[in-house]
Design a protein around this ligand. Structure first.
Ligand code: SF4
Length: 366
């Protein structure tokens, strides 16, 4: 392909091929494509940031049923928002979404700004997400550069630098700017995202079906999956902890709200203590009564972006707990199966196991 930075006709042909392909082969029935108002596009773009389409669909539909408008999201308790995000991971996305909704609700006009720079200034919305909202919801000519688009452009132009490096990213943004057409920007945006998600996939690009095959330099070089350069995998450090599953005589479980930032920020979890700490003493410290029995469960591993966590649940049974412990609003007694709270996925799994088979985990070796 002639360098599109210097050839507007090549850029126009690129967009035309993509649009024609999308009209026939693109995805047109995703839930956020029905009635694509800015709020729905925004929520879908945030959910899709780290998550596959098939996983996002049921979450998006449930989220929209509960929070059909920006106002409904802004007014909701944070616990409910996190509850509807439980299992999607990267919970900062949900907290930022609601923070941004509250900022918009409390600002002039109480609507998402039709301005990419103003959108990008809201929590959790970067330049690419702002571009996608403006293009899809309002048809504005605002380029995007999400992971899929980076891959397509890096292959089309055989750009082999790491897209995480500023110089490579700048180059890709220049190409994205230049290639975005004057017309049909919403369809173009969906088309290039779709191409990256369905044909130009990370490991096995389907070049034989690709409408851009003719102009693709990476394909001509014979090994398109080599582009863009992969980041070297870091060896993640390991951390260990214990999670105290403290149950009272009624089967209620003590949960603690985690601080707003950090891992599982703002979610409800079992009290966490260091791996070397005595669990019975820690239980006594937290609920001011000694446990009647304790049993260690099987450790599980959870990987975060920057470390692996090996968590060992310790099941502790306690008698009645002094009332003043319950006055702390970061602690609740929770009956598994009830309440709309946000949990990290491993916490939810343990709570579900307790709900379904309370005696399996219980006090066999007291
Ligand atoms: S030809 Fe292959 S590598 Fe190039 S954009 Fe199309 S699917 Fe991707």
């Amino acid at each position: 392909m002639t360098e599109p930075l210097h050839d507007p006709q090549a850029a126009a042909r690129f967009a035309a091929r993509l649009l024609a392909w999308h009209a026939t082969h693109g995805r047109h029935d995703l839930p956020w494509q029905r009635d694509p108002d800015a709020y729905r596009v925004w929520v879908s773009e945030i959910m899709l940031q780290q998550t596959q389409v098939a996983t996002v669909i049921p979450y998006f539909e449930r989220f929209m049923r509960r929070f059909p408008t920006l106002r409904a999201l802004a007014d909701a308790p944070e616990d409910e928002v996190l509850h509807h995000w439980t299992g999607l991971g990267y919970y900062a996305r949900a907290r930022n979404l609601q923070r941004a909704a509250r900022m918009v609700r409390d600002g002039a006009g109480a609507e998402l700004p039709r301005d990419p720079a103003a959108l990008a200034a809201l929590p959790g919305i970067g330049r690419s997400t702002a571009g996608a909202i403006c293009a899809i919801a309002w048809g504005m000519r605002t380029p995007i550069l999400d992971g899929n688009v980076k891959r397509v452009l890096a292959r089309q132009f055989a750009i082999d630098g790491d897209p995480a490096q500023a110089a490579t990213e700048r180059r890709l943004w220049e190409l994205a700017e230049r290639l975005t057409p004057q017309e049909d920007c919403g369809a173009y945006t969906q088309a290039i995202m779709d191409l990256g998600a369905t044909l130009c996939t990370r490991t096995r690009p389907a070049c034989a079906l690709c409408p851009l095959a003719e102009s693709c330099r990476a394909r001509a070089l014979g090994d398109p999956a080599r582009f863009p350069a992969r980041r070297r995998r870091r060896v993640l450090p390991e951390r260990q902890c214990q999670l105290l599953v403290i149950r009272d005589a009624d089967g209620a479980v003590l949960l603690e709200k985690r601080p707003p930032s950090g891992i599982w920020g703002g979610l409800w979890s079992f009290p966490e203590i260091p791996a070397h700490e005595d669990a019975a003493l820690a239980c006594d410290r937290i609920v001011r009564v000694a446990p009647l029995g304790a049993r260690r469960g099987n450790a599980f591993r959870h990987t975060f972006s920057h470390f692996h966590l090996e968590a060992t649940p310790v099941f502790l049974e306690v008698p009645a707990v002094p009332a003043h412990v319950l006055a702390d609003d970061r602690l609740i007694w929770y009956k598994p199966g009830g309440g709309n709270l946000g949990f990290a996925a491993p916490v939810k799994r343990l709570l579900d196991a307790l709900h379904e088979a309370p005696d399996v985990i219980a006090w066999s070796d007291r």
